[in-house]
Write a protein that binds this ligand. Structure first.
Ligand code: SAH
Length: 258
């Protein structure tokens, strides 16, 4: 069944009336017919199975057959504090992260972040990113759109983040050859050792910008009680690191199939 986000006002008691792009898409692109059912979402965590009575490119009318709690929302709260990325890479992270079950994305400005990437958080781009999140939410069967925050400075993110906090750090260049590159916990050990706390309290992941975290940031994280983790012998791009960590945590939590 096709899933669409609509304004909450479109759903009145048991009857539904939807215009705008949803009606256009349902009529023109998907060619839905009266009698067919769709799922409407209002970003409250509920979903509404609606049988369509009339379909035109300007309006869908129908009746709610069933209201139910969304089935696809993640059972653990994972927040990804991601060093700011170029727009196309951020889009990849938002789309794939939503499919994997990330609850919140917070772009993070670090000392080595490129200043130009933090400009342009105007409404046009933000709206585009919100749309990517909503589409990935519909497509993946979630019913709550992940939160996308405005960029936070590293220090602010560090003070703000809750739950089990893990910072991905590739280690000293000199020591990189070794399994975990010195003074870091292996990511697998950190996740497996904390999985019950992750379930109960959630997890915050800090991933650096393309230039990586600087030594002070790593020290500040340690001083604040954040676990600094290594992701093995290869260097991953920022968006890859965040997605790989999210996928591995979801796997360990049974969220990629038990
Ligand atoms: N410019 C850096 C790499 C930055 S990669 C360098 O070459 O040294 C971007 C971010 O991804 C890093 O800040 C880190 O958070 C994460 N990351 C990538 N590969 C990693 C690894 N092997 N271990 C831990 N973190 C990694």
């Amino acid at each position: 069944m096709h899933r669409f986000f609509v304004d909450p006002e479109c759903i009145r008691e048991n009857s539904v009336s939807v215009g705008g792009s949803v009606a256009r898409q349902a009529a023109r692109v998907l060619r839905l017919r009266p009698g067919e059912s769709v799922v409407l979402l209002d970003n409250t965590g509920w979903e509404y199975v609606v049988r369509l009575d009339s379909v035109s490119a300007s309006r869908l009318e129908g009746a709610v057959e069933e209201s139910r709690r969304g089935q696809g929302d993640p059972g653990i709260v994972l927040t990804l504090y991601q060093g700011v990325l170029k727009s196309d890479k951020l889009e990849t992270a938002l789309q794939k992260g939503t499919e994997l079950g990330v609850s919140a994305f917070v772009p993070m400005v670090c000392r080595r972040s490129e200043a130009r990437l933090t400009r342009g958080w105007g409404s046009a781009k933000y709206n585009r990113w919100r749309r990517i999140l909503a589409e990935a939410t519909e497509q993946s069967g979630r019913s709550l759109i992940p939160y996308l925050g405005p960029p936070m400075a590293w220090q602010q993110a560090l003070a703000f983040a809750g739950g089990v906090r893990l910072m991905a750090w590739e280690g000293d260049p000199d020591e990189r050859g070794s399994e975990n590159g010195g003074a870091r916990t292996g990511f697998k050990e950190a996740v497996q050792g904390n999985i019950e706390r992750i379930r109960a309290e959630g997890v915050s992941l800090f991933v650096g910008p393309e230039g990586g975290f600087d030594a002070d940031e790593v020290e500040e994280a340690r001083a604040a009680g954040v676990e600094v983790v290594g992701l093995g012998r290869r260097i991953l791009r920022g968006e890859t690191a965040g997605l790989a960590m999210a996928a591995a945590i979801m796997y360990e939590a049974g969220e990629l199939g038990g």
